[in-house]
Ligand binder design. Structure first.
Ligand code: AHG
Ligand code: MN
Ligand code: MN
Length: 343
């Protein structure tokens, strides 16, 4: 089989869009470059000073920023601003969006939203982490400074989304709305090769991923669904599903995408909106999963339909194999179980 690099793939697919200006390709290329730098840096964690541990400050969401959060954030922002192909970026690690307010960038038509380092709490223990990104066409006028409204669009409006997983190998998985493709990084030559063409999540899965330590605080339908996952029903040949939870959304998502399964970060009594961020985490992975034949919902319905009201908004999140999400959704809508606070 011919080895296709991500660069070649981007150019080939770009040519299928009539009138394409190549800007999206340049954004993907900037992401590719930044990810190589971050991947290289992560691989040195434990050896080099100044990689592991806390940066000694909190982000706007009150979370302890890790040195690698800051490094990844700076690296992606620098790569994206240098190309002159986006007018601004919003990151989980910044209080507000950043406007690249100069002539070249103001003329650009896209914005990027990102979680530069997902799974921060796993960095120090050598467990997979990732980067999640999302690209939108701006709604404000080209040539002007980017505005908040450009970043607060429903997931449905995304033109591209993807993630990097820095795992046993580094992979780039992305969509531009015509399916999902995965590329594996060959560190020897510094190139991503197409390794997972046209990824589809199995319709049914046998893995459920949730932080079960929070079980007592979940609402009843979610508890009932977890009970179902654990149950055995010989008449239907239903065996208990496997519980798999890494604690890095990207890594849990990636495994479930390949094997089939459901990932859940439900609301709890303490966190009524769950933990995950709509714009940086939930929406991009929702776009990917839908392109791979799966589903992503919140308690209120389809993730991709939600219009964010603020940058760092959180939502309860359920994503994965279609039939598993369907089943959970049916349980959510059972009148007698409807989000009662009963434990
Ligand atoms: P981040 O490191 O970007 O803040 O994201 C952490 C998220 C996500 O990656 C993961 O699935 C989830 O937090 C884990 O949360 P719990 O430790 O509460 O299970
Ligand atoms: Mn994250
Ligand atoms: Mn993060």
């Amino acid at each position: 089989m011919k080895n296709v690099t991500v660069g070649e793939f981007i150019v080939e697919t770009q040519n299928t869009f009539p009138g394409s200006s190549g800007e999206l390709s340049k954004i993907l290329s900037a992401i590719k470059l930044a990810s190589k730098i971050v991947s290289h840096h992560i691989n040195k964690a434990g050896l080099a000073k100044d990689i592991l541990g806390s940066a000694g400050r909190d982000n706007v969401q009150g979370e302890d920023q890790q040195k690698l959060d800051v490094f990844a954030n700076d690296t992606f922002i620098n790569a994206l601003s240098a190309r002159g192909v986006i007018c601004g970026v919003a990151s989980e690690e910044n209080d507000s969006y950043i406007a690249f307010d100069d002539k070249v960038n103001n003329d650009a038509k896209y914005v990027v939203l990102m979680d530069p380092l997902d799974g921060s709490s796993n960095i120090d223990v050598n467990v997979s982490v990732g980067t999640i990104f999302s690209v939108f066409r701006r709604i404000s006028k080209q040539g002007s400074k980017v505005e908040l409204a450009d970043f607060l669009q429903a997931g449905d409006q995304q033109v591209a989304a993807g993630y990097l997983i820095y795992g046993s190998s580094t992979m780039l998985v992305y969509t531009t709305g015509t399916g999902v493709n995965g590329f594996t990084f060959d560190p020897g030559i510094g190139v991503f090769f197409l390794s997972h063409p046209d990824m589809k999540i199995p319709e049914d899965g046998k893995i459920y991923s949730v932080n079960e330590g929070n079980l007592a605080h979940f609402k009843q339908p979610v508890k009932e669904f977890i009970k179902f996952c654990q149950s055995e029903d010989t008449s239907n040949q239903k065996e208990p599903y496997s519980s798999r939870y890494i604690g890095s959304l990207v890594a849990d998502f990636h495994r479930n995408l390949i094997k089939g399964g459901i990932y859940m970060y439900p609301s709890t009594k303490k966190s009524p909106n769950g933990k995950l961020r709509l714009t940086y985490e939930c929406s991009p992975l929702a776009f990917l999963i839908e392109q791979a034949n799966g589903r992503a919902i919140s308690e209120s319905g389809r993730i991709m339909d939600i219009v964010p009201s603020e940058l760092h908004e959180r939502v309860p999140y359920f994503v994965g194999s279609k039939n598993m999400v369907d089943q959970l959704e049916q349980m959510m809508h059972r009148e007698d179980w409807k989000f009662q606070e009963k434990n």
